[in-house]
Design a protein around this ligand. Structure first.
Ligand SMILES: Cc1cc2nc3c(=O)[nH]c(=O)nc-3n(C[C@H](O)[C@H](O)[C@H](O)COP(=O)(O)OP(=O)(O)OC[C@H]3O[C@@H](n4cnc5c(N)ncnc54)[C@H](O)[C@@H]3O)c2cc1C
Length: 589
């Protein structure tokens, strides 16, 4: 920033100070900036892992605000290019990527080894696989700079999970050493292709056929949306000949790009999609022309097995939305604190402060929600059935709400930057473009809301476990005024009751999104109050909990002023220092 401030013009005069006229986050550490994250990590990760991993969070935070951000900007401007044939006319289709994308891959797959970190020891110097809280925190920091590449990173990670859990020993021995490698040159990356022209939501409509020919499975058909189109191994669903129609007849297959003899497998990347966002990453269409594939797991349980990957991806998408929203907030805050208008920094204007709060609220909600979800995953992996049930509902809740909130946060941050926010030299247009994919892939908002209400609530009754855990946390939060905690409890109960009603009455299906939002907001408010009550934590999270109560879970009179408390709350929430509980208790009503 100082370098920018003293920039010399060609005529020898000194620029008035780019940092003041047009401030941005270049060169800042996204870890150091993130007080909420730094406070919460010891709580969710535990002291030992936090101490061991903090240098890596710090390093990635600096990279995300520095080199990675520069690379991401270049890669977004130079999308991948498909070469359908080689110069001899052979169907050796391949994709060219810009050097900036390749450098990001080296950071992700070589340096940090995101794909392998929760499957084996030895990444980031750890003697055990990383807990989910650490993995998703690293994803969160990375995505604040680069979103597109997180798709290949995450699908490689989730493909490894499926192979480890369901594949035969022989298939594991063949694939896992390649997929878990930290050597970028020889690593086999994974992906997941389900969607066909017949539909993405309606998976049962899949038409790709699997035929058992000469002792091996061969696939015939088309996949319509294939992100990370040139991955080395794609997990996909296909219908074995003679199998039932609908989802029951689908089997899971692993499709290698190259055969054991080194030749290209019999499928083609037909073309790449010209996308609104995630432009650095290649999404394409593929046609399967008798491609060899390996059956994974139980032939009758294809979708059930694939749903494990979908759920892991959904959690990652929630984290990615949290990350992009944080980047929006970082940019908006830096801008608001330095940009001047009418002789004042714009942050001093009440209307602008309100805008900043509107961005900050979903950002902090999603932070608490993803850390709490990742913590549930760690407990579930340790064998706790209650935690697995909690995770069942937290995953689609986070995916559904954070991805939707990301769209308004991105637009809000663009507006805070003013006209520059609309110009592609700044990060905002990319954040706006990238934000929209979250409500489409791995299930649209409707599909996630239905998963929450009809399955997680209606069938698994997972909401009851979630509510019981939150009640316990509220009991623990004795530092928070009792009256405020009771309000949180009442809203939680109301949200649970509403969700149960919508789940029980099919005629009310159109309210599924509203019920899902209610659960998300009540959960995040209870969590933030509990977090604020923990010793040493920042009390502004309790104020955010009150904002959730007032603005997301209560009726507002559109023709009445919002009340003085919000102005006071805004001062504290936007302050650049740690806030003590004593300062906020009077505002927790
Ligand atoms: C850039 C990009 C990359 C992608 N990458 C991949 C990939 O790598 N692998 C992969 O498998 N897929 C991928 N997808 C596909 C994505 O998952 C699907 O687009 C998505 O699941 C929606 O499916 P669809 O496009 O067929 O829409 P449809 O399923 O036809 O949905 C159309 C609309 O109908 C609504 N709808 C459908 N059913 C219901 C219902 N029961 N109740 C209420 N509303 C309903 C949906 O919410 C949506 O608004 C990608 C998509 C994009 C845009």
């Amino acid at each position: 920033m100082d370098a920018l401030a003293s920039h010399k013009q060609l005529d020898g005069t000194t620029d008035r100070g780019a940092a003041e006229l047009a401030p941005d986050c270049a060169g800042l550490s996204f870890y150091a900036l993130d007080r909420g994250l730094r406070d919460l990590l010891p709580l969710y990760l535990g002291d030992r892992d936090f101490r061991a991993l903090e240098p890596h969070f710090d390093r990635l935070g600096a990279l995300a605000g520095g080199r990675l951000d520069e690379l991401a900007r270049i890669a977004d401007r130079h999308p991948p290019v498909l070469n359908p044939r080689d110069r001899f006319g052979r169907d050796e289709d391949w994709i060219d990527y810009h050097a900036a994308y390749r450098e990001m891959e080296a950071i992700a797959f070589g340096d940090f080894q995101f794909h392998a970190m929760s499957h084996r020891a030895g990444t980031l110097g750890m003697d055990h696989p990383l807990p989910a809280v650490a993995k998703y925190t690293l994803q969160y920091l990375f995505v604040q700079a680069e979103f597109g590449l997180m798709c290949p990173i995450s699908v490689t990670d989730t493909s490894i999970h499926l192979i480890r859990k369901f594949a035969s020993k022989e298939l594991q021995d063949y694939l896992l050493p390649k997929m878990l490698s930290g050597d970028v040159a020889t690593l086999w990356k994974g992906t997941q292709f389900m969607t066909e022209r017949t539909g993405g939501s309606d998976v049962g409509a899949i038409e790709t056929a699997a035929r058992h020919e000469d002792g091996e499975w061969r696939l015939y058909g088309d996949k319509w949306f294939c992100s990370h189109a040139d991955a080395d191994v794609a997990l996909l669903l296909a219908r074995p000949e003679g199998a039932a129609s609908g989802t029951k007849g689908l089997a899971l297959f692993a499709l290698p790009r190259r055969l054991k003899n080194g030749r290209r497998n019999a499928y083609r990347i037909v073309r790449l999609k010209d996308k609104l966002g995630t432009r650095s990453m290649a999404s394409g269409e593929i046609s399967l022309n008798g491609a060899v594939a390996y059956l994974v797991g139980d032939i009758d349980a294809g979708l059930k097995q694939m749903m494990e990957q979908v759920n892991l991806s959904r959690l990652s998408h929630g984290v990615r939305a949290a990350a992009m929203m944080r980047r929006c907030l970082n940019e908006a805050m830096v801008c608001a604190r330095r940009r001047k208008a009418f002789g004042q920094t714009i942050c001093e204007f009440p209307l602008l402060r309100r805008q900043l709060l509107k961005i900050a609220l979903p950002v902090e909600q999603s932070l608490s929600m993803f850390l709490f979800s990742a913590h549930a995953m760690d407990r579930a992996n340790a064998g706790e059935a209650d935690a697995a049930l909690r995770l069942r509902i937290l995953t689609p809740l986070l995916k559904f709400r954070a991805c939707r909130d990301n769209i308004t946060a991105a637009t809000g941050a663009m507006e805070v930057r003013g006209g520059n926010g609309y110009i592609e030299e700044w990060v905002n247009p990319r954040l706006v473009r990238d934000a929209h994919i979250g409500v489409l892939w791995e299930g649209t908002s409707n599909i996630n809301a239905l998963d929450i209400i009809t399955r997680a609530v209606g069938k698994s009754r997972a909401h009851r476990q979630l509510a019981a855990t939150l009640e316990k946390l509220l009991d623990e939060a004795t530092a928070i005024p009792a009256g405020f905690r009771n309000r949180l409890r009442d809203k939680l109960k109301a949200a649970i009751k509403f969700a149960e009603r919508i789940a029980a009455e099919p005629a009310l299906e159109a309210d599924a999104r509203q019920a899902a939002s209610g659960l998300y907001h009540a959960t995040s408010a209870a969590l933030m109050a509990w977090e604020a009550s923990r010793p040493g934590n920042d009390a502004r999270r309790a104020l955010l909990a009150r904002l959730v109560l007032e603005h997301r879970l209560s009726k507002q009179d559109p023709l009445a002023p919002s009340g003085n408390w919000e102005g006071e709350a805004a001062e504290l929430i936007l302050a650049e220092r740690k806030i003590a509980l004593a300062e906020v208790n009077g505002l927790l009503r």
